[in-house]
Design a protein around this ligand. Sequence first.
Ligand code: BG6
Length: 520
Amino acid sequence: MANIQKVETMQASSAVFFIFGATGDLARRKLFPAIYSLYREGKLSDHFAVIGLARRQRTREEFREDVLSSIKEFCRYKPGDGKQEEWDEFARHFEYKSLDIHQVDGFRELNAFTEEVEHEFSIPGNRLFYLALAPELFGNVSSHLKEGGLLESAGWHRLIIEKPFGYDLGSAEQLNEQIREVFREEEIYRIDHYLGKEMVQNIEVIRFGNAFFEPLWNNKHISNIQITLGETVGVEERGGYYDQAGALRDMGQNHMLQMLTMIAMEPPSRLVPEDIRDEKVKVLRSLRPFVSSEDVSANVVRGQYTEGDVKGVHLPGYRQEDKVDPGSNTETYFAARVFVDNFRWAGVPFYIRTGKRLPVKTTEVVVEFKSMPNNVYLGQKYKLEPNLLVIRVNPMEGIYIKINAKKPGTDSEIEPLAMDFCQSCMIGINSPEAYERLIHDAAEGDSTYFTRWDEVATAWSFVDRIAAVWQEQPESLSYYPAGSWGPSAADNLLEQDGHHWWPVNGQDEDNVIWIKNNEG
Ligand code: BG6
């Protein structure tokens, strides 16, 4: 197998990967490229097969062409020119079956076909079912997998499902019950792709692996924490879905709260999935609930983008987007001040915000430390900036630390200095995509970076209270022009506490001396 870097210890178990929704966008943009990257890095067993499933008729050859074009367009590895042999070796593991998921007969045929494929590639009956489908189909597909005999093979059976996992706690419970009729909790891998991001996983290491962070990681030393998930795009082609969901359900219930748990959790007693997830659930349970509508109004801001100009391009407002109700009250932005009421975090505000059509695409966490007492020593003479630890998750990956230092050549003039470690700028670093990590982990049976049912349920209870108040108060929606940082009320949230949002990636402060690892 030419050009394949073999990492035996990292190889995912030998399995058949079933991709339901194989002609869809997720498969094309993320799943096929992820499988190819795993293959190129030698992280897939030689004994694997992929069976693409969708209603549409495709021949095996057409499907393999689709896979090739998706990889050429979206994968960080390109099928090498002139290495037809290598491509053929990979592509021969791909099969396609047209399937009507409402008919159990098709599943029986699929089972017989799978046995042939398993025989051909010497796969011991391990089956990973990836449902890249609308959630309302999860229950149906699960029960047909069972009735069709697909769960009777000798190996393990695992189900990967995509978000949204329900619309609120009630619908999530229903969905969960349907799936649990067929699969055990430990067989269910609920994707939150933010948990597959390299720098989100790095949060644990930065926190628990460094003597100069962990002792300071509490309310005695940290003033506030800011988490920003900013997007420049609008709702693109997903207006129909998004108009029902809104930013709180689309990003808040899952990605945002998951990031918050990674920042706030206690060190787990053992580095095993259940212990780590136990600690995350404890954070979610410690979130101070919003009990009254006044609580919500005082701590949560919701906005919707209107038309605006960005770099000379005129962008439509949300209500003008395709498949969006022209009178829609759905939020495309929200910001909140939340508290984690436990010993470590009592009194520390977590400011979180996310929005579409913001000026910068960025996912970033800013940990602002408490300032030095300003009545002694240097503080009497100079205005000292607080120390910051900034974790850049996406699209730039890295961390920087902002400290105060003496300006060279002066008596004791002080200036802020940022030590910037840019991981994504380093030559030779080609960080894996979130889906690579997650597919690999699921095949290995490692559920650390998937969400357990109690996490999902607790996150919904928190979010549902906010959504309920918004529903009663449509006038709570404010507006912001596309390309701006959201409603000014989000700035007021911090100003009330004497804080402000720190500039994010792309708007680096110019009064700071930057020391970058990617220069010189
Ligand atoms: C998805 C949301 O879960 O995450 C999208 O449904 C959003 O609305 C996307 O655009 C953002 O992901 P990323 O990885 O580009 O930050």
